[in-house]
Design a binder for this molecule. Structure first.
Ligand SMILES: [Zn+2]
Length: 185
C-alpha cells in the first residue's frame, strides 16, 4: 500500500566489537544485532526515510545512539537476551509505557515468525541490561530472542529474511499513515 511517512525513524544495533554483549552458541550479540540492523535498514530504505547508528557493520557508541534516538519520533535498538539456563526462550521489548503498544506489535511479529514465546512489552527495569539510557532517550529495546537458547538461534537463522520483513512492516505501519486514511495533514 502506498503510505505517507509522518514520523521519523531510527534503528540502532545494541552492540559492537568494542562492547560485544552477551555470548552464546558461539556468537555474540554484536554478531547478531549488527547484521540484523543492516538487513532491516536495507529493507526499510526502499519504503521510508530512516537513520541508523553507523555505517554497515559499524556501531556508534551508546551515547551517540541515544542522541540520535532523541531526535527521532520512533527509535528501536536491537539486542539478544541471555540466561544461564539454555531453556529460557522468547522475545520481549523494554520501553516506556507510551511505547508499549508498538513494543507489543514488535513482539507479536517476532514471536509469530520464529515460533518462540512472546514475553511481551515490559517496562525499563525488566531486562538483563541495567543500562537503559536508550529507553530514557525515548527508544524501544527489542530483545529478539535468547542467544543462549540453541532452538531460538536455529529458528532465527532459518527465518531471518521473514523476521526482517515482519519487523519492517510493523515499523512502516508505525511511522506512516495510509494515503487514503484520515489524519493526513
Ligand atoms: Zn544487549
Amino acid at each position: 500500500m502506498m503510505a505517507l511517512q509522518t514520523q521519523t525513524l531510527f534503528i540502532s544495533a545494541g552492540h559492537s566489537m568494542s562492547d560485544p554483549g552477551a555470548a552464546g552458541n558461539g556468537l555474540t550479540e554484536a554478531d547478531v544485532v549488527l547484521d540484523f540492523r543492516d538487513r532491516l535498514y536495507d529493507r526499510l530504505a526502499d519504503t521510508v526515510v530512516l537513520a541508523r547508528d553507523g555505517k554497515p557493520g559499524k556501531n556508534l557508541p551508546l551515547r551517540q545512539a541515544c542522541e540520535m534516538a532523541k531526535r527521532h519520533d520512533v527509535a528501536v535498538e536491537f539486542h539478544c537476551n541471555a540466561f544461564r539456563l539454555p531453556g529460557a526462550t522468547g522475545v520481549e521489548t523494554l520501553s516506556s509505557g507510551e511505547d508499549a503498544a508498538l513494543g507489543s506489535d514488535l513482539c507479536c511479529a517476532v514471536s509469530g515468525v520464529l515460533g518462540i514465546d512472546n514475553r511481551g512489552a515490559k517496562g525499563e527495569g525488566s531486562g538483563q541490561h541495567s543500562r537503559l539510557a536508550f529507553v530514557r532517550a525515548g527508544g524501544i529495546i527489542l530483545e529478539l530472542f535468547f542467544i543462549t537458547n540453541p532452538d531460538d538461534l536455529a529458528s532465527y537463522r532459518d527465518n531471518l529474511d521473514e523476521v526482517v520483513e515482519q519487523v519492517a512492516q510493523v515499523l512502516v505501519d508505525a511511522v506512516c499513515v495510509p494515503r487514503s486514511g484520515k489524519g493526513v495533514a
